[in-house]
Design a protein around this ligand. Structure first.
Ligand SMILES: [Zn+2]
Length: 308
């Protein structure tokens, strides 16, 4: 599906307005990335869905005079490993363990505090801006290298993280149930669902949506004997129906995927996260968000968005 089609279907408002608005959002809040940064094309395509939805919400809030938006850094990792694959998508999803350790070291040196996604979300729900030094590290899909590469480093630096598990996909690349339990018992890692089969949720029937969200929750709750309150939508793909079902089956917070982690304190089922890719200047990105928060305002008098 082209970006234009997504805009036409998702917007429900005139295409030109939506497109201009989308461009404004992108240009207004795009963080400065280092020149060597590789943002996977596939990631850009996936982001389009979430970003379009967010753009509409920001616009709607501006019109309804709800100045509720600010940035809160929730970072997304996939593999903590290097790769011999050459596609930009594969490269972009791999952050090697040496680089991950450098990120943890620099977070510590710059006095950042890692908190669980659930802690950040609970704070956002109160409508307040979280402390500038809070950062969330999330890991998608439940790859085995989280156990072999990420967990030892999280323990070394006593850093917290949140991992979102696909419960219905098994294989040597994925965590075993025993590893998931051990990770949970480390006390440093919060566990959430990433669906059963990793589909584009918004494209499914309500029955399949419900099954993906509730069966994965039930699986993890049985395995870990604790409440699973976080759902992370595969590909960041969600819509209002997915949000409603997530709430109905008992989740407290839903996470999507958007390079600009612009949060809406009135929507706890569309919390934004930003991807980390190899070579990314993470501290620079965090400082950029802080600076944007200081200048963030929505010009409600005209209903026009003005993010500085
Ligand atoms: Zn995923």
């Amino acid at each position: 599906m082209t970006n234009k089609k997504i805009l036409i279907i998702a917007a429900g408002i005139p295409l030109a307005g939506a497109a201009i608005f989308f461009i404004l959002i992108k240009s207004a809040v795009a963080p400065s990335a280092p020149a060597e940064t590789i943002l996977p094309r596939q990631t850009i395509d996936r982001l389009t869905v979430a970003e379009t939805t967010k753009a509409q919400k920001v616009q709607a809030a501006a019109i309804e005079r709800k100045p509720l938006f600010y940035f809160a850094p929730i970072l997304t990792f996939h593999y903590i490993a290097t790769t011999s694959e050459t596609s930009s998508v594969a490269i972009g999803l791999h952050v090697g363990s040496a680089e991950f350790e450098k990120i943890l070291k620099s977070l510590r040196a710059n006095k950042y505090q890692t908190v669980f996604a659930g802690e950040m979300a609970a704070y956002l729900k109160r409508g307040a801006r979280p402390p500038d030094n809070w950062v969330v590290l999330t890991f998608d899909d439940g790859y085995r290298d989280f156990y072999t590469h990420a967990l030892p480093l999280l323990e070394k630096y006593q850093a917290k993280a949140t991992i979102f598990i696909i419960t219905g996909v098994k294989g040597s690349a994925y965590l075993t149930p025993e590893q998931i339990k051990e990770i949970d018992q480390s006390g440093l890692v919060e566990i959430g669902s990433h669906s059963v089969t990793h589909p584009m949720l918004a494209k499914l029937s309500p029955e399949r949506q419900s099954a993906e969200l509730s069966d994965s929750k039930a699986y993890l709750e049985k395995l870990l004997r604790e409440d699973i309150t976080l759902i992370c939508y595969p590909y960041g793909d969600y819509n209002a129906a997915v949000e409603r079902i997530a709430q109905r089956v008992g989740y407290s917070f839903g996470f999507t995927y958007n390079h600009h982690p612009l949060q809406d304190s009135e929507d706890m089922f569309a919390i934004d996260r930003a991807s980390v890719w190899p070579g990314m200047n993470v501290i620079g990105f965090l400082k950029d968000l802080e600076a944007r928060n200081r200048g963030l305002k929505i010009a409600t008098s005209t209903g026009r968005l003005n993010i500085q």
